[in-house]
Structures are given as structure tokens and as C-alpha cells.
Design a protein around this ligand. Structure first.
Ligand SMILES: Cc1cc2nc3c(=O)[nH]c(=O)nc-3n(C[C@H](O)[C@H](O)[C@H](O)COP(=O)(O)OP(=O)(O)OC[C@H]3O[C@@H](n4cnc5c(N)ncnc54)[C@H](O)[C@@H]3O)c2cc1C
Length: 457
């Protein structure tokens, strides 16, 4: 098998060229010693998703010529994980998830090493080693390796029919089993679990959701919104078990036959989706000297503690714009944003990331919800204004600090999320009367204008 796809000879800014693959290399026979450096580039990017591609495009906007090598352990074309639920539901084919067209890497003048996993990083030699033993050296390196799924340490997770839901490969396995399955248990009711449940429900499966915390979407919405979400899920026929842990995956022979909960309840199923959380993909950094906390620590230029090495996206730990705390904000828009900042800095254009702003938006079985910024009002000097309309199934909660909007939870009218997000980022100050929160939808421009007029308040 060839190591290199879309290879191209790109003249370098400093007169360097990509070297063509050596004959011994192309033959597929590993005739080189361990860790032999087989190629080099001014810029090396690990990861071909939101953060990696955003960085690549930012570099190319500045420099059309510099040699870039992009490495991804996924062999196929880049796609959006956000669309996985529609793929699982059968609403789109894989090509509906694709992010770029067929000859993307060629057009970008990038050497793409696809289906290759980086297994270690040597910062002294400035090279990464791939799973075939070859090594690639870099001048500047971006780590955009995203997250990996966490598997609960419970009995039975090795059975046939237990899957995670993070990649197109996971989705294909789920789809192969879904047609032979009537009942599925989704363990974990966070964003990924809810979306997997939604896709499988729409595919016609009987779905059960198990969440060990007392509410669904615990990291995304407050208790009121979660109550509305759970009522909606139950109404649609989804079995919801909150405040309960899965204790064991049961089986008939090698196949899954059910999930036993801590409470003693047994939920029969032929498939289990593990959606119990994610962790940054950093195993290959062991011993490299790159500092990892909850994610790879980066500064405001997305640079790690090692000069010339950058990180962006789900793998990076940045600073929350509002609280100033260090966070891994694993969402698509922040991955794009951080990737762009990293790419600009790698290309020599100083750019600064202002900090990450939480924004989670989801829609399941016809109910939409969103949360932004400091939606929890985490104690201290926060003012909360909220309105619930049970008949219309809408809920709006706004959180203020010193008169500035800092957070929001929305149920049922999430089209306002964009404007609220912009107001939070801009630190917009305004006052609201109780009745201001009632209209569906709210004309925010009118409220801001009224605040600007004298006599208000
Ligand atoms: C089912 C699902 C639904 C989601 N829904 C939403 C949503 O509605 N809204 C939202 O904002 N976000 C959502 N997300 C999160 C969003 O997809 C991520 O925030 C985003 O994909 C992060 O992009 P990234 O580039 O940092 O990493 P990833 O998309 O995880 O990509 C990582 C890349 O690194 C490569 N890689 C990893 N390790 C190695 C290695 N060792 N060697 C070589 N290559 C490697 C992978 O092949 C991949 O190309 C969802 C995620 C999932 C799974």
C-alpha cells in the first residue's frame, strides 16, 4: 500500500521541495529502520477535521507555497461529525457529511498522509513517528487530534453490538447492526448520547437513555430545560433513566442482550451505544514534554509550552472568555476558530484567540435547545431573568453580570442563539422588563434600541 495520497511536488518558499516517495517506500516493504525520517515539511498538521482544516486554510491564505504535510488516522475524505446523527437516521449518505470536495488536498497543495496514525512526538528531533515506523520532520507542528470516546469500566463492554459514536467508522458499525436490532440502550445523555438516540429513534428503533447524573444534557442545560427535554423524550416513547448508572452489559454468547442498571432494572437490547464522555486524543504525547492538563495547554496564540508546536480544537485547553478559567470547549465553532488562529501564527502572522465561549445547540425529535456562555449563573453577583411558556414549550433564561449579558438557555426558539452569542461576546449591557421575555420570537434590536433611549428603567 502506498503511504502517500494526493502527493504533489510543491516548491517551497525557501527553495525546498517535497521529495518524491523513495522506491523502497512505495513498495510497501518496510525496508527502513525504525523512526527513519522519510519526509519533512515546513508545516505539519495532525488531524483533518474542523481544527486541522481551518488551520490549513489559514496558512494557505498567507502562503500558497510552503510545504505542508497533513496526517490523519482516518483514511477517508474529511467530514463533519456534527452530521453523524442524520447519517445514522438514514437521512443522508456519507457524501452528505463531506466537508470538502474530492481533490481538496491536491488543490491546497498539501501532501496528505491518510490512514496513518501518529504514535509519538520527538520534540528534540522535531519529528513525529507514524504507526508504520516512518517519521516526518517539521519546522512547525499543529496538533488537532480531537477527542476519543471513553468506555465505562463495566463488565461486558467487549461484546458484539457495543459501539461508540464519534466517527464515520463508528456510524457504519452502528448502521450494520441497526437493521438487525429492535432495541438500543444509549449510555450517557450528553450531547452525543442525545444525538445518537435521536438518530436511532428516527431509524425506527426502541431507544432507552441511561444517565448517571440527575438530568439529561447535564453539561448543557439547567434543570428546568432538562425537565422539558425529558418530558418530550418520554412522550415520544423513549425510556429515560436519570440518576442511574449502567452496571453491566449482558449478553447471549458474544452478543449483547441487555443492560443491567445499578437499581437492579434490566433493559433488554441488542445494541449499546457508549456515550459516556470523551477525552482529548493525547496518548502519543507521552514523554514528549508537551504539557497536558485536561487538554493540551495553549497560550492565546494556540502555542503549547514547546515553541513551534501548536494545538487547536477538542484536544486543546484554552481559557473561557467570561470566567477566565481554563477549559476544553469541545464544540465545532471553537475548533474552527482556534484552528484559524493557530494557522495564522504558524504562517508568521500574529493572531490572538480572545478566549472560548460555550455554545451548545441541539435539536432532537422536534425539540430545539441551546445554551450559551455562563448559563448556570455559578454563584456570586449574577442576575437571572427567565420565562417559561409550558403551552408553547418554550423557555428563555438570560444571565447578567453587572448588567452585561453573560449567559442564556433557550428551549423552542433557538433562532435567537446567534444574536445572543454576539451580544455575550461583545459584552452588551442592557436592561429587561419581565414582559420583554414573553414575545415569540423577541426582536432584540427593539430591546437594545429601547435601552439606548432616555427614560428607560
Ligand atoms: C455525534 C457528535 C455530534 C456532535 N454535535 C455537535 C454539535 O451539534 N455542535 C457542535 O458544536 N459540536 C458538535 N460535536 C463536536 C464537534 O464535532 C467537535 O467539537 C469537532 O469535531 C472538533 O474538531 P477537531 O478538529 O478538534 O477534532 P475531531 O473532529 O475529533 O478530528 C480529529 C482529527 O484528528 C485525527 N487524529 C486523531 N488522533 C490522531 C493520531 N494519533 N494520528 C493521526 N490523526 C489523528 C482524526 O482522524 C481526525 O481527523 C459533535 C460531535 C459528535 C461526535
Amino acid at each position: 500500500m502506498e503511504l502517500v495520497s494526493n502527493e504533489r511536488d510543491v516548491p517551497g518558499k525557501h527553495g525546498r521541495h517535497f521529495s518524491p516517495p523513495r522506491p523502497w517506500f512505495k513498495s510497501g516493504i518496510r525496508a527502513f529502520p525504525e523512526d527513519k525520517i522519510v519526509d519533512q515539511a515546513e508545516q505539519v498538521i495532525i488531524g483533518s477535521s474542523a481544527a486541522g482544516l481551518s488551520a490549513l486554510e489559514a496558512i494557505r491564505k498567507i502562503d500558497r507555497q510552503c510545504p505542508i504535510i497533513l496526517i490523519s488516522k482516518e483514511a477517508g475524505p474529511p467530514y463533519s461529525r456534527v452530521a453523524l446523527t442524520h447519517y445514522i437516521a438514514g437521512e443522508i449518505k456519507f457524501k452528505g457529511m463531506r466537508m470538502r470536495d474530492g481533490d481538496y488536498y491536491g488543490k491546497m497543495g498539501v501532501k496528505a498522509l491518510l490512514g496513518k496514525e501518529v504514535v509519538s512526538l520527538d520534540t528534540a528531533r522535531k519529528c513525529v513517528t507514524l504507526d508504520d515506523g516512518s517519521a516526518i520532520s517539521y519546522d512547525k507542528l499543529l496538533i488537532a487530534t480531537g477527542s476519543k470516546p471513553l468506555i465505562l469500566p463495566i463488565e461486558g463492554t467487549g461484546r458484539r453490538g457495543v459501539y461508540t459514536c464519534l466517527s464515520s467508522a463508528d456510524a457504519r458499525k452502528i448502521l450494520r447492526t441497526a437493521d438487525l436490532t429492535e432495541e438500543v440502550v444509549v449510555i450517557g445523555a450528553g450531547l452525543i448520547g442525545i444525538q445518537a438516540a435521536d438518530g436511532l429513534y428516527r431509524r425506527g428503533l426502541q431507544v432507552s437513555l441511561v444517565e448517571k447524573l440527575p438530568q439529561v444534557l447535564p453539561l448543557m442545560i439547567d434543570e428546568t430545560a432538562a425537565g422539558m427535554a425529558e418530558a418530550h423524550l418520554r412522550e415520544k416513547g423513549i425510556r429515560v433513566r436519570t440518576g442511574q448508572s449502567a452496571q453491566k452489559v449482558l449478553g447471549k454468547g458474544p452478543r449483547v442482550s441487555g443492560v443491567a442498571l445499578e437499581s437492579g432494572e434490566i433493559i433488554p437490547c441488542q445494541m449499546v451505544i457508549m456515550a459516556a464522555g470523551v477525552a482529548p486524543n493525547v496518548d502519543f504525547l507521552q514523554g514528549s514534554g508537551v504539557t497536558v492538563n485536561r487538554g493540551i495547554l495553549v497560550d492565546e496564540r494556540q502555542q503549547t509550552n514547546i515553541p513551534g508546536i501548536y494545538a487547536a480544537g477538542d484536544v486543546a485547553e484554552t481559557v473561557d472568555l467570561l470566567s477566565g478559567e481554563r477549559v476544553v470547549n469541545a464544540i465545532w465553532p471553537e475548533a474552527l476558530f482556534q484552528g484559524e488562529i493557530a494557522g495564522l501564527n504558524m504562517a508568521g502572522v500574529p493572531a490572538t484567540y480572545q478566549g472560548s465561549l460555550a455554545m451548545n445547540v441541539t435539536s432532537f425529535l422536534g425539540l430545539s435547545m441551546a445554551s450559551l456562555g455562563l448559563w448556570e449563573a455559578p454563584g456570586g453577583p449574577y442576575e437571572v431573568k427567565a420565562q417559561t411558556d409550558k403551552g408553547r414549550r418554550t423557555y428563555r433564561k438570560l444571565v447578567f453580570r453587572d448588567g452585561k449579558l453573560v449567559g442564556a438557555v433557550l428551549v423552542g426558539h433557538i433562532e435567537e442563539a446567534g444574536v445572543l452569542h454576539a451580544m455575550i461576546r461583545a459584552g452588551t449591557t442592557f436592561d429587561l422588563k419581565g414582559e420583554d421575555l414573553l414575545p415569540q420570537p423577541i426582536t432584540w434590536g427593539r430591546i437594545l434600541l429601547a435601552n439606548a433611549l432616555p427614560g428607560r428603567g
